[in-house]
Ligand binder design. Structure first.
Ligand code: KPL
Length: 304
């Protein structure tokens, strides 16, 4: 059997996005191992993409017990709030040469990782790919979207460039960017302005645009996030963020936001890594963010 020379990916969190990445990378000839709680030695995942469907049998390892196989990249695609716990058993023995690609909503999850292992190479990525789980093992692609990857440390940018090329070759439309921090903040702002409001008003994304109270809150969230971004040294305007949030709500009008889906399923939400991250940064700069603070309190109080 031919041995693949393509980099071996470990995928932590084979949910909607992690599952899509695992399937695309495996179909492009990368060895891919799923890390998770599953005890079975293999797991078959299926991707439905319009009229096409593909499946792959992945080797699985319980990341809490297993020794990691030799690999070149680790994709972290868990919920932001699950990152620290999921990686805790692996952190002490992770080779410093194994880059961690964080393909997750929200920000702030990297702080705990770097506190434990300042030597880790972290490459954040953001995506607008639309994918959902039809069942435990079936991923359905609703929109290919666009993915961007960059490096927290500019010295690692060439690696981000290489991974962008690998993902592109695997059919995942990706570009490497040198301003991933700014782009993450832009996405964070949009998620802060949409996700908690869909929970408050129990509505799809598009319905926020027909609700004057929701629009006023969306605008206020964006103004606060822009002030924090400026304090972080990034160019930002409340009006521009508000326009982006409205455009995304319109483009995803029929979507149930990820936060509403989590809230309705009784799962923990990502509020701590969205508006909660804004509040942590705001506190460092002495900026008041009462609208974001009220949303964090409200959504956190609804959880469980
Ligand atoms: O990213 C999203 C989410 O639901 O988390 C948006 C863009 C709001 C689409 O639903």
């Amino acid at each position: 059997m031919a041995v693949s020379t393509r980099p071996h990916w470990l995928v932590l969190g084979a949910g909607a996005i992690g599952g899509l990445w695992a399937l695309r990378l495996a179909a492009a000839g990368h060895p891919v191992t799923l890390l998770g709680r599953q005890a079975a030695p293999t797991r078959r995942l299926v991707l439905e993409d319009g009229n096409h469907s593909l499946s792959h049998d992945f080797p699985c390892l319980d990341h809490r017990r297993a020794q990691l196989p030799a690999a070149e990249r680790l994709l972290v695609a868990t919920k932001a709030g699950a990152t620290a716990d999921a990686l805790a058993p692996l952190l002490p023995a992770l080779p410093a040469t194994l880059p961690l690609v964080l393909l997750q909503n929200g920000m702030g999850q990297e702080a705990a990782l770097l506190a434990a292992r300042p030597d880790l190479v972290l490459l954040p990525a953001i995506t607008t790919a639309g994918v959902f789980c039809r069942d435990a093992d079936t991923r359905v692609l609703a929109g290919a979207g666009q993915t961007r990857i960059g490096a927290l440390d500019a010295a690692q940018q060439p690696l981000a460039d290489t991974i962008a090329r690998e993902w592109q070759a695997a059919g995942l439309a990706t570009s490497a960017v040198t301003d991933i921090a700014a782009q993450r903040w832009q996405k964070l702002a949009v998620n802060c302005a949409i996700n908690p409001l869909t929970v408050r008003f129990r509505c799809r994304n598009g319905a926020l645009l027909d609700n004057p109270e929701a629009l006023a809150l969306m605008e206020a969230v964006c103004a606060e996030v822009a002030a924090v971004m400026q304090a972080e040294g990034l160019a930002a305007s409340g009006d521009a963020l508000f326009a982006s949030a409205q455009a995304v709500a319109a483009a995803t009008a029929a979507n149930t936001s990820s936060m509403l889906a989590d809230a309705e399923a009784g799962r923990a939400t990502e509020i701590d890594f969205l508006n909660g991250h804004v509040l942590r940064c705001a506190a460092r700069h002495g900026i008041a963010c009462p609208v974001n603070a009220a949303l964090v309190t409200e959504i956190a109080a609804r959880a469980h």
